[in-house]
Design a protein around this ligand. Structure first.
Ligand code: UT7
Length: 325
C-alpha cells in the first residue's frame, strides 16, 4: 500500500559560544562539580550572550539544516518551532525565522510543550505533511532557558542551557511498512494535574512578568522514569516495532540517570543512546534536535537507522516518535 511519509532531509544545530563549566556555579552557590555530575551527568552548558535571542539561535540552526539537506529556504512550506522562551509574547519566534531565512511564502508558528516541545512539533509537522497542507516542513527546537532561571536556586539553575536544533521533513512515497524512511509513529500525552511540580511563576495574564522556573525535581524525576518508557513503547507498537528494532534512542537530555533508567526499561544498551547531556545540560525543546544533529554529524546515525525520540516536561506533557532516518 502506497502511503505518504514525512522523511528527514537534513538537520543542523547551533550553540551559543559561551560555555559554562559546573565549577563556575560553585563560586556563587553551595554546590560542587561532583554533585552536579553525579546527580545529573551534566558537566557544562552553553549560555546565550546578552542580546542573543532564541530566534538568533534558531536561525543559525535552520541555516545549518538547510545546508546539511542541500536545500534552499524557498523549498520550505512551513516552519513549526517549539519553544517556551520566545523572543516576544507575540508574534511567534517562528515567523522571525521565516523572515530571516527569506522563505518568501508558506507559514510559520510556535508550539509550546516545554521540554516535550520538539516531539509535539514533530507530530504536528507530520500531520501537516500527511494531510497534504505542506510538503516540506522545518521543525525547530530553540530555547534560552538561561533567561528564566532563579540564580539563587541551586536545585534548578545548574541544570539548564541554551541552544537550538532543526530538522527538515519532506513528503515522500512510502510502502506503508516499518521499513519506510520517515516518521513511522508518534504518541503525545499531557496531564495538567501535575502543573505545580514544574512551571514558571510568571506570565502575561497572571503577573505581566516573565517569572522564573520552579521545579520539584524528585517528583518530575519519578514521573519521567515511568512515563518515558511507556510513551516509547506506545510509539514503537503503533509502528509494529519493538525495542529490539531501535538503532538509536535520541532522548530528551535532562538527566543521565533518567536516560539510563529509560534505556533499561526498553532493554536498550547505553551504546545505542545518543548522549549530549554532559555538554549541553537540559535545553528543553532544543535538546532532542541538538542530540539528533550531533549524532548525525558524528556519523553515529546513518540512513536507514530506526530512531526513538522521547521527552517529558512541564504540563506535564510527554511523548515519543519513531523515525527511520
Ligand atoms: O526537562 C524537564 C524535566 N526535568 C527533569 O527531568 C528533571 C528531573 N529531576 C532531576 O533531574 C533530579 O531530581 C534533580 C537533578 C533535579 C535533583 O536530583 P535528586 O537526586 O532528585 O536530588 P534532590 O532534589 O532529592 O536533592 C538531594 C539533596 C538535597 O539536600 P538535602 O535536602 O538532602 O540536604 C538538595 O538540597 O541535594 C541538594 N541539592 C544540591 N546540592 C548540591 C539540590 N541541588 C543541589 C546542587 N548542589 N546543585
Amino acid at each position: 500500500m502506497s502511503v505518504i511519509r514525512a522523511v528527514a532531509q537534513g538537520c543542523g544545530h547551533h550553540l551559543p559560544s559561551r560555555v559554562v563549566e559546573n565549577a563556575e556555579f560553585a563560586e556563587t552557590l553551595d554546590t560542587t562539580d561532583e554533585w552536579i555530575r553525579s546527580r545529573t551527568g551534566i558537566e557544562r552548558r552553553h549560555f546565550a550572550a546578552d542580546g542573543e535571542l532564541t530566534s538568533d539561535l534558531a536561525i543559525k540552526a535552520a541555516k545549518a539544516a538547510l545546508a546539511n539537506a542541500g536545500m534552499d529556504a524557498s523549498e520550505l512550506d512551513a516552519i513549526v518551532l517549539a519553544t517556551s522562551t520566545p523572543d516576544e509574547t507575540f508574534p511567534s519566534t517562528a515567523t522571525k525565522v521565516q523572515h530571516a531565512l527569506g522563505m518568501g511564502g508558506g507559514f510559520a508558528f510556535d508550539i509550546q510543550a516545554v521540554c516535550a516541545g520538539f516531539v509535539f512539533a514533530l507530530a504536528n509537522a507530520n500531520a501537516l505533511v500527511l494531510s497534504g497542507q505542506a510538503k516540506c516542513v522545518m521543525v525547530i527546537g530553540a530555547e534560552t532557558f538561561s533567561r528564566i532561571m532563579d540564580w539563587t536556586d541551586r536545585g534548578t539553575c545548574v541544570l539548564f542551557g541554551d541552544g537550538a536544533g532543526a530538522l527538515i521533513l519532506r513528503a515522500e512515497d512510502g510502502t506503508g511498512t516499518a521499513q519506510d524512511r520517515g516518521i513511522l509513529s508518534t504518541d503525545l500525552n499531557s496531564d495538567g494535574a501535575h502543573h505545580d511540580i514544574l512551571y514558571v511563576d510568571g506570565g502575561v495574564s497572571s503577573t505581566q512578568s516573565t517569572g522564573v522556573l520552579r521545579m520539584e525535581g524528585k517528583e518530575v524525576f519519578r514521573h519521567a522514569v515511568s512515563k518515558l518508557a511507556e510513551t516509547g513503547h506506545t510509539a514503537l507498537s503503533r509502528a509494529g516495532l519493538t525495542g529490539d528494532d531501535i538503532d538509536w534512542l535520541v532522548p530528551h537530555q535532562a538527566n543521565l540517570r533518567i536516560i539510563q533508567s529509560t534505556a533499561k526499561k526498553i532493554d536498550l544498551p547505553m551504546e545505542k543512546v545518543i548522549l549530549t547531556v554532559q555538554d549541553h545540560g537540559n535545553t528543553s525543546a532544543a535538546s532532542i534536535p541538538l542530540a539528533l544533529s550531533s549524532g548525525v554529524a558524528s556519523g553515529q546515525i546513518k540512513t536507514g537507522d530506526l530512531l526513538l525520540m522521547e521527552a517529558i516536561g512541564g504540563g506535564l506533557a510527554w511523548g515519543a516518535a519513531a523515525l527511520r532516518w
